[in-house]
Design a protein around this ligand. Structure first.
Ligand code: 3PG
Length: 305
């Protein structure tokens, strides 16, 4: 059977090679399309049985064009790029690879945070993270890694996650919170790890930002869609002390940059999972999961059940 690996943003070369080798070793055929556009995807997916992607948009139209497709594995955590309802309609199993790239994302949280509190390394006097308060919004795999690293910085760590029991948060040495307003009002640093869902989209804006203590930094390595950009901009207008770092440019990046120089930083592309290690771990997991599904229906990480 043919497994298509389609990534607009390529994996590290060693990871792409290992993924291809694993697929071939399983007796399947591999097609690797990197830096591909929509047209390339439509063409390559037409005879694919399995599909491995990253943040690439896989909608109904793609599935309509892929009559043999049985499994899509998102090499990564967030699967908001895949139309799950359409996949179910097409009898396609969708899986992600939880945890495989979470350390990479967590490290970037601190990479961007240190950069911001050191004034983007402009040579002026900044501040330290030691002794400061960090609130983690959603305590999944990335949130847990963020907590682990924050302890090395000697930060006070709290977390909010309605789906995780208090004991599980406490077991990581983190104080559980139960109210999003508390999370924002009690923490100088808030790191977002919520998925983009109809409930969370545009959920972080003016009101929450205005609750943050003086000198606050909002760190977004989740999805740009969870931010109400207009609301956040209004808060940053009224409060010259609030700063915002985001892994991927917001839609209004140019406005943010023009209005708040030195107070915002955005990666040009989503970079959180863009490490050799994360590419390898997530890519190999995606290959193994696709192979196992095509062999005997293995679907442990199915997300469209
Ligand atoms: C994820 O959801 O796993 C991360 O956002 C990484 O996405 P990427 O594979 O597009 O870098």
């Amino acid at each position: 059977m043919k497994i298509l690996v389609f990534t607009e943003k390529p994996f590290a070369p060693a990871a792409a090679k290992a993924i291809s080798e694993a697929i071939v070793a399983s007796g399947n055929e591999v097609a690797l399309v990197e830096k591909g556009n929509r047209e390339d995807l439509m063409k390559a997916v037409a005879d694919a049985d399995g599909l491995i992607v990253r943040s690439d948009i896989i909608d109904k139209e793609v599935m309509d064009n892929a009559p043999k497709l049985k499994v899509i594995v998102r090499a990564g955590a967030g699967y908001d790029n895949i139309d799950l309802a359409a996949a179910t309609e097409h009898n396609i199993c969708v899986m992600n690879t939880p945890g495989q790239n979470s350390n990479a994302v967590a490290e970037l949280v601190f990479g961007m945070t240190v950069m911001m509190v050191r004034n983007l390394y402009a040579g002026t006097s900044g501040t330290e993270l030691k002794g400061k308060s960090l609130g983690i919004y959603a305590f999944g795999q990335v949130g847990r890694n963020v907590a682990r690293i924050a302890k090395g910085f000697d930060m006070t760590v709290t977390a909010l996650d309605v789906f995780v029991p208090d004991e599980a948060i406490e077991a990581e040495g983190v104080k559980p919170l139960h109210d999003v307003k508390e999370l924002f009002s009690q923490n100088e640093f808030v790191s977002l790890h919520i998925p983009a869902t109809p409930q969370t989209k545009k959920s972080i804006g003016y009101e929450l930002a205005m609750l943050m203590p003086k000198g606050a930094v909002l760190i977004n390595t989740a999805r740009k869609e969870v931010i109400d950009e207009e609301g956040l901009m209004k808060a940053m207008d009224e409060r010259a002390d609030i700063r915002y770092v985001s892994d991927i440019k917001p839609d209004a990046a140019a406005d943010f940059e023009a209005k708040f120089p030195g107070r915002v930083f955005f990666t040009p592309k989503k970079m959180g999972a863009q490490t050799a290690e994360a590419n390898f771990n997530a890519g190999i997991a995606a290959a193994e999961q696709s192979i196992a599904f095509l062999k005997d229906g293995w679907n442990k990480f199915q997300v469209n059940k």
